[in-house]
Design a protein around this ligand. Structure first.
Ligand code: TXA
Ligand code: MG
Length: 332
């Protein structure tokens, strides 16, 4: 199968619609990361996503809909705070988990009685979703465990020859996956941190919890139990530039090609060593992280991360992805 990357042009959306209606999988731009989409009503199409990604069968998918799509047949009611949150943050990088009516393919939620729904804001995603007029089940468009894609080229690198079409909307401005928010309880609870922060949710809903999995407990958001976002090179994680520099020099001495990934503030302490600049704010770090991980894995024999000092807001999501990419804080 030939994989085509197409940008805004005549007929691009009708081609995507034809593939979706034929049960194929189409990758598309969103404001967070690229998604790998299929008709959420079709068992066969949804199963194709799992097979293509090599995704564990117990990791449920998010359903994406156009802003005007009526989700009420898909969900079994919503608490008042959810309606308020929808108005405040959608379309945007917030996924809301509702009690499901079971109308979409049972493979979407992997046996859970809930359904995760997202209304992405990127023009490409919105136009695609309006054209197909279907709920589109879509995980991030990377092979399972690999770094999520933030350009069409990243998707191509993982799925060339495996999918017919990638809808190119340019680089993703958000850069990390949406916030996943459980809206089945009395208070909304964050299952995965992202660009819509706990503070933002609490300011609108009055309160917001963050789910912390207890030892031995089955995770509420199964995806969070897997190692994720890993570059395909050896990694090390440090708390200081001095520690990173020592690791770097050791690797260099062995004839390797090390590289340091850190926030802008640490750059002057690296003494000209090969490095990648994550930026100075949470938003900047979110936007750059995945592209830099994918860049590093192509050449580095050892990627050394330095823990950023910044905290608060979007940094919760950035730290979560960073620790997972560097192999800490994960269970498999
Ligand atoms: O920004 C995003 O959310 C991207 C773009 C493509 O929309 N999608 C994405 O999908 O990150 P994925 O499959 O890589 O991550 C989905 C996360 C997983 O952690 C999964 O466990 C969780 O959402 N999830 C899906 N359905 C759920 C449900 N019913 N209850 C709890 N967690 C759910
Ligand atoms: Mg993913």
């Amino acid at each position: 199968m030939e994989t085509q990357i197409i940008g805004r042009s005549r007929g691009w959306l009708s081609r995507a619609k034809e593939y979706i209606e034929a049960g194929e999988v189409v990758a598309f731009h969103t404001e967070t990361v690229y998604g790998l989409g299929a008709n959420a009503f079709s068992d066969e199409a949804v199963l194709k996503i799992f097979a293509l990604k090599g995704r564990p069968a117990d990791n449920p998918l998010i359903v994406h809909v156009h802003r005007d799509y009526d989700i009420s047949p898909l969900i079994d009611g919503e608490p008042p705070y959810a309606a308020v949150l929808r108005r405040a943050f959608l379309p945007g990088p917030l996924t809301m988990v509702y009690p499901s009516t079971g109308k979409v393919s049972k493979y979407v939620s992997c046996g859970l009685n809930t359904l995760a729904i997202r209304v992405p804001s990127s023009p490409t995603a919105q136009e695609f979703l309006r054209e197909v007029n279907l709920p589109i089940a879509a995980p991030s468009a990377n092979l399972s465990k690999h770094v999520s894609p933030v350009t069409a080229r990243h998707v191509f690198d993982d799925f060339n020859g495996k999918i017919p079409l990638i809808l190119d909307g340019g680089a993703c401005a958000g850069g990390i996956e949406s916030t996943v928010l459980d809206c089945t309880g009395e208070v909304p609870q964050i299952l995965r941190e992202g660009l819509v922060t706990r503070e933002m949710v609490a300011s609108v809903a009055g309160d917001c919890g963050v789910y912390l999995r207890r030892e031995g407990e089955k995770p509420k958001s199964p995806g969070m139990a897997y190692r994720h976002y890993s570059p395909r090179c050896a990694t090390a994680y440090c708390r200081s530039a001095d520690e990173a520099n020592a690791l770097y020099d050791g690797e260099k001495g062995r004839g390797g090609a090390p590289c340091i990934l850190c926030g802008s503030g640490e750059m002057p302490a690296l003494g000209g060593r090969e490095s990648l600049d994550l930026g100075g704010t949470g938003e900047e770090m979110a936007r750059r992280l995945y592209a830099l991980l994918r860049k590093a894995e192509k050449t580095a024999t050892l990627l050394i991360g330095i823990e950023p000092k910044e905290r608060g807001g979007v940094m919760a999501g950035v730290m979560n992805r960073l620790l997972r990419a560097f192999g800490e804080n994960h269970e498999t």
